[in-house]
Design a protein around this ligand. Structure first.
Ligand SMILES: Nc1ncnc2c1ncn2[C@@H]1O[C@H](COP(=O)(O)OP(=O)(O)OP(=O)(O)O)[C@@H](O)[C@H]1O
Ligand SMILES: [Mg+2]
Length: 366
């Protein structure tokens, strides 16, 4: 279930720099547009304080965190949807991701070229949005051509519904709006599921700023905030270049000191990883044995057997029940045994919807 977040933006806005801070794989970062051509994929550990706490309490032989995949995609330019600047290839890369981290250049630096000659993140965002919308319009029109006639002639309600939604999408794109602004009922979602529209993917924005703007932002960040205020999307302010320098420091203490000097408690990329995880609609449950304390990723809304299947398919097939302790209770009482004795371990069946932070023990039979 490896879901991916793609880092998207214009060329030279700091995507690879950000990716480098995230991953140990050093993506090539340089001051010329189109430095990245093949997408770099990083499997990135999700920082989770709960895991640290559980380690203290359980003292296991090892601790295994959960991960999220992030892909550094090449910069898109105006005309990408028409194939400009290897646009089609890069758009295909975006289509393969499950969510978008849209990086916006919010730093002034005459030494770093901007493809459009000036710093204007709102304009930049619109360029990217437009290209993605153009591509989606193409997808929608192609689908209409294929299905419209047949849908009209048939009694198939799903097909009719599909055509109706396709027209709503078309109208949105023609008005410069993204697919995610079109609200759909459950049925409508079902019939349009296989469209895989680019502008339907969840999005968050990263304002890439200079070191001095990292706490309070700057006028570019303000402009972005204003421009996306109706999107209900998260905005993170990160000084990617500075963070990439911090990432080079040897020890955790050195890195922490540097961050504190900047006025930060934790690195921007740490926040970013957690936000990416949330954007993908992922949550974590734990297993906490003396051999191993481990974080597991599941989709929000998974029932216990599905969540068990993340560990092993046998766990799902032979699922009998799950024993669940809430994280806060575990920390409060200090051990599984104490929770059991206090009657704080619940026994749950197939219908149980697993919650973020649950400490799980699965009973199964194969
Ligand atoms: N916050 C920042 N302040 C100043 N310079 C920065 C900042 N972030 C990145 N840079 C610089 O901008 C240049 C471009 O960065 P990077 O290669 O990461 O861009 P990119 O978005 O990956 O570009 P491409 O689309 O061409 O792959 C590099 O020289 C990098 O050091
Ligand atoms: Mg790059």
């Amino acid at each position: 279930m490896a879901l991916q977040c793609g880092i998207v933006g214009l060329p030279n806005v700091g995507k690879s720099t950000l990716f480098n801070c995230l991953s140990n794989a050093k993506a090539q970062s340089a001051n010329f547009p189109f430095c990245t051509i093949e997408p770099n994929v990083g499997v990135i550990t999700v920082p989770d304080e709960r895991l640290v706490k559980l380690e203290e309490l359980v003292k296991p032989q090892r601790v295994v965190p959960t991960t999220v995949e992030i892909v550094d995609i090449a910069g898109l330019v105006k005309g990408a949807s028409k194939g400009e600047g290897l646009g089609n290839k890069f758009l295909a890369n975006i289509r393969e991701t499950d969510a978008i981290i849209h990086v916006l250049r919010c730093f002034d630096d005459d030494n770093v070229t901007h493809v459009d000659g000036s710093i204007d993140p709102v304009r930049d965002k619109e360029i990217i949005d437009l290209e993605l919308q153009f591509k989606d319009l193409e997808t929608v029109e192609a689908r209409l051509q294929k299905t419209e006639k047949a849908a009209k002639a048939s009694k198939d309600q799903d097909a009719k519904k599909l055509v109706e939604v396709l027209y709503r999408y078309k109208e949105a794109f023609e008005n410069g709006k993204s697919a995610r602004t079109v609200e759909l009922t459950e049925h409508e979602q079902k019939v349009t599921k296989d469209l895989y529209l680019l502008t339907n993917k969840p999005v968050m924005y990263v304002c890439n700023v200079d070191e001095s703007s990292v706490v309070d932002g700057n006028q570019h960040v303000e402009a972005v905030r204003e421009a996306v205020k109706d999107e209900n999307a998260e905005i993170l302010i990160i000084a990617a270049k500075t963070e990439s320098e911090i990432a080079e420091l040897e020890t955790f203490e050195e890195r922490q000191e540097f961050l504190e000097d900047m006025g930060l408690k934790e690195s921007g990329v740490s926040k970013l990883i957690r936000s990416a995880y949330k954007l993908l609609n992922l949550q974590t449950y734990f297993t906490a044995g003396v051999k191993e304390v481990r974080a597991w990723t599941f989709h929000k809304g998974f029932c216990a057997p599905q969540a068990a299947g993340v560990i092993h398919t046998d766990f799902e097939k032979g699922f009998i029940r799950a024993e669940v302790i809430k994280y806060d209770t575990f920390v409060e009482l200090g051990s599984e045994l104490a929770c059991k004795e206090a009657g704080k371990m619940s026994v749950e069946g197939k219908e149980y919807v697993v919650q973020d932070g649950d400490i799980m023990h699965f009973r199964f039979n194969v």
